[in-house]
Design a protein around this ligand. Structure first.
Ligand code: 4AZ
Length: 422
């Protein structure tokens, strides 16, 4: 070999081991720093949910009896005021942006005032331990609520909070009427057909089945009572052959229950659609879960305004004379004023004070056969859902100028109370 080649070969072979070591070492350090940064970023940005049960006493010039009853107008007003005072207190604090929900679940009478029972839900970014967070929350409420302008007059010193887990939080929410787990984010463009729903979206929906076959919808108003239409029981009366199922599919159902008693409004007289309401008592109570719980009944004085958005849900047909569906569907409809619904080209004065029209005068959004007896619901400002109507009748399904006609729940509210005590 030529001596010059030997020198070149030796030079190439001499790879300076310390350089390799240094490069490897540096690479490992860079890798470790990157992993550390990623772990830190993920941990910091991973928001963790913390739930608290909180009580807060207050005085008010309103009488407890005025707002003590769940779903009453005064209960809603008082809850809304306190919830917004509490949320404002957090928005002025370092916990701004971390409070997700302040939700009154009930009021109880105290010796000198009233106690508001409230769920507080936070999504924390920080990695503080729960004990420190408890102290921070309590301090914020003590300090910030002093500046809150009533009525009601809150007593910041009275605040007590207790951390609760997800199951306890769910149980409290499932015991309140009109709460939902999943929000409707998708917009449904068709009524007849609508869109399929997810579990827990409309937890009060029931299916009434005669010899195991779906016939009508119904709505859970407490653990043992359903509201439905009177016409569902016109031909089939024996409670022993009726069952109620719950959940978003008919088969398999989430839960099934026998029917002990059916009460049809005494003023319902076929072929008139007036007073198209019934209540059915379950043979044993359904346990409330995220997927099955009750809607709120509006007071008789509750006002649903024409133009309001409402939702109708059911297992009914996608078009006139079609088949029932195994999966629950929903459609957004508009509340239509009775004066409009009674116009000659619409229902020509056949809408009574016990009826409520909803849908679209352009057609397409409607309930259909098999949806009868099911719920038409509307949310209040606190996102609590109320039963506004019961699917009753209509001229076919989804036709222009022929919106769905529902039993007006506020008009039969006192009858429901007289039959069920609810
Ligand atoms: C029915 O026969 C029925 N388009 C229910 C609702 C409507 C029409 C018919 C409303 O059960």
């Amino acid at each position: 070999m030529h001596p010059a080649s030997v020198v070149r070969a030796t030079k190439r072979a001499c790879v300076k081991p310390w350089v390799i070591g240094l490069i490897t070492f540096m690479s490992l350090i860079v890798l470790a720093v990157c992993i550390g940064l990623i772990v830190h970023y993920v941990r910091y940005n991973q928001r963790r949910t913390y739930n608290y049960y909180s009580t807060l006493s207050f005085t008010s010039d309103k009488l407890y009896d005025d707002f003590g009853r769940e779903a009453s107008k005064n209960f809603t007003e008082m809850s809304q005021r306190i919830e917004s005072m509490v949320k404002k207190a957090f928005h002025k604090s370092p916990l701004k942006g971390e409070i997700v929900k302040a939700h009154i679940i009930r009021f109880s009478k105290e010796e000198n005032g009233v106690l508001a029972h409230m769920l507080l839900i936070f999504r924390f970014r920080s990695t503080e331990d729960p004990e420190t967070i408890n102290i921070i929350i309590q301090r914020v409420l003590h300090e910030q609520l002093h500046d809150a302008v009533g009525p009601p007059e809150l007593d910041p010193e009275s605040v007590e909070i207790k951390k609760i887990n997800k199951t306890e939080t769910d149980n409290f929410l499932n015991n309140c009427c009109g709460t939902r787990r999943n929000k409707t984010t998708r917009q449904s463009l068709r009524i007849v057909g609508g869109t399929p729903v997810e579990e827990g979206e409309w937890p009060w929906q029931a299916s009434l089945q005669w010899d195991g076959i779906h016939r009508c919808g119904a709505t859970l108003i407490n653990g043992t009572w359903l509201v439905s239409a009177a016409h569902c029981f016109r031909m089939y009366k024996d409670p022993a052959r009726w069952t109620a199922s719950f959940g978003v599919t008919l088969y398999p159902p989430k839960m099934r229950q026998g029917i002990r008693r059916i009460i049809v409004h005494e003023k319902y007289k076929y072929p008139s659609h007036d007073y198209d309401i019934s209540v059915a008592e379950l043979s044993s109570p359904v346990p409330y879960t995220n997927a099955v719980h009750r809607v709120c009944l509006p007071d008789a004085s509750h006002e649903f305004r024409p133009g309001d958005d409402m939702f109708v849900t059911g297992f009914g047909a996608l078009q006139n004379d079609g088949n029932s569906q195994n999966h629950l569907r929903q459609v957004r409809v508009k509340h239509i004023a009775t004066e409009i619904c009674n116009e000659p080209q619409v229902y020509n004065n056949t809408i009574t004070p016990r009826m409520l029209c909803a849908g679209s005068l352009r057609g397409k959004r409607d309930a259909c056969q098999g949806d009868s007896g099911g719920p038409l619901v509307s949310a209040d400002a606190r996102d609590i859902w109320y039963l506004a109507g019961i699917v009753s009748w209509g001229d076919e399904c989804g036709q222009p100028n022929k919106p769905g006609v529902y039993t007006r729940v506020t008009a039969v509210r006192d009858w429901i109370a007289a039959q069920t005590g609810i």
